[in-house]
Design a protein around this ligand. Structure first.
Ligand code: RIB
Ligand code: CA
Length: 318
């Protein structure tokens, strides 16, 4: 059996919560740590939510609190998207008051550096929020780029519409400078963006079936997802896009995706602010900002029914 050592960098977040339960229940995944970042809610709230989920689901991995502000301190991004994830980041459902508030003593970027150095060539970072913690870790310790096994990112929109602006996806738009640092670093990045996650819709019926098959943990997921489903009714009938779980599925079932290789840059100003742009390998263009940057993989296709079936199977496993 292949084993995957994983750091989950996250901003819980409703779809983040589902992704976390997938990682926790998957038999081939060793979750080494949960690092939090601001995004779907403030850093105080996303960290509190990670701690609540850790207690509720009896997850052994530590939680390390991460960045509460963008990589470039001058950049402001306004209020968190309560319309999507609720004021409490978890669908405004009343959360258990009884949970351990103990976090790892290190900030997230330091936790990432130490864990990667302690497990050379073995750690995959699954990053499903803003890329701030990863950019900070690279800034402090560039050597980790040669020590990680890989990076799987939920973020970006390449051949499809964005979800915050017509060209920008939320995780990238939330900290474009950090995303550009991460995409252009000499490590292996796979980007699971809206091109594929927006096709991966868990219907209300599927979510109810998951709650029926998966016990208390899955019922909690169904309950927190109601607010998210209301938001998504603008785009899909009776369903939710399971963005962050798609990145976790890539880790264990890459054969369910098709990818394209090429250097990626992130725009950080003007109307294209937050846009992710790949220059496919082998395609001629005059000299430009992609030159000399490493080729990364962008997911361009997905077997959505198989991905949804795997999410169900793994989460319902108790
Ligand atoms: O655009 C979708 C992404 O933004 C997901 O990671 C979601 O949790 C939000 O962070
Ligand atoms: Ca997220």
């Amino acid at each position: 059996m292949t084993r995957h050592k994983v750091i989950f960098d996250t901003d819980p977040g409703i779809d983040d919560a589902m992704a976390l339960l997938f990682l926790h229940h998957h038999p081939e995944i060793d979750l080494l740590g949960i690092t939090t970042v601001f995004g779907n809610a403030s850093i105080e709230t996303t960290t509190r939510n990670a701690l609540v989920l850790k207690s509720l689901w009896e997850i052994a991995a530590p939680v390390a609190r991460g960045a509460g502000h963008t990589f470039n301190p001058a950049r402001e991004r306004g209020e968190p998207p309560a319309i999507v994830h609720g004021d409490n980041g978890l669908g405004n459902v009343t959360l258990p008051a009884d949970f351990s508030t103990e976090t790892d003593p290190r900030p997230a970027y330091r936790f990432i550096i130490d864990t990667v150095r302690a497990n050379p060539g073995e750690v995959t970072i699954v990053a499903v929020g803003r890329m701030t913690n990863l950019a900070l870790a690279l800034g402090e310790a560039p050597d980790i780029a040669g020590l990680v096994k890989g990076i799987v990112i939920m973020g970006g929109a390449f051949g499809t519409m964005g979800n915050v602006t017509p060209v920008a996806e939320a995780n990238i738009y939330g900290d474009p400078e950090a995303a550009d640092v991460v995409m252009t670093a000499p490590w292996k990045v796979v980007v699971v963006g809206l091109d594929v996650t927006s096709q991966t819709v868990m219907t209300r019926t599927m979510l109810d079936q998951l709650a029926a098959d998966g016990g208390e943990r899955a019922r909690f997921l169904r309950d927190v997802s109601q607010h998210y489903m209301e938001f998504y009714s603008r785009f899909v009938a009776n369903g939710i896009m399971v963005h962050d779980s798609c990145a976790c599925v890539y880790l264990v079932a890459a054969e369910l995706f098709t990818t394209r290789s090429g250097a990626i840059r992130v725009a950080s100003e003007g109307v294209a602010d937050g846009q992710t742009i790949q220059k496919p390998d082998g395609r001629y263009f005059p000299p430009g900002p992609w030159d000399g940057k490493p080729s990364q993989l962008v997911c361009t296709g997905i077997d959505a029914p198989a991905v949804l079936a795997l999410i169900h199977k793994v989460i319902a496993r108790r």
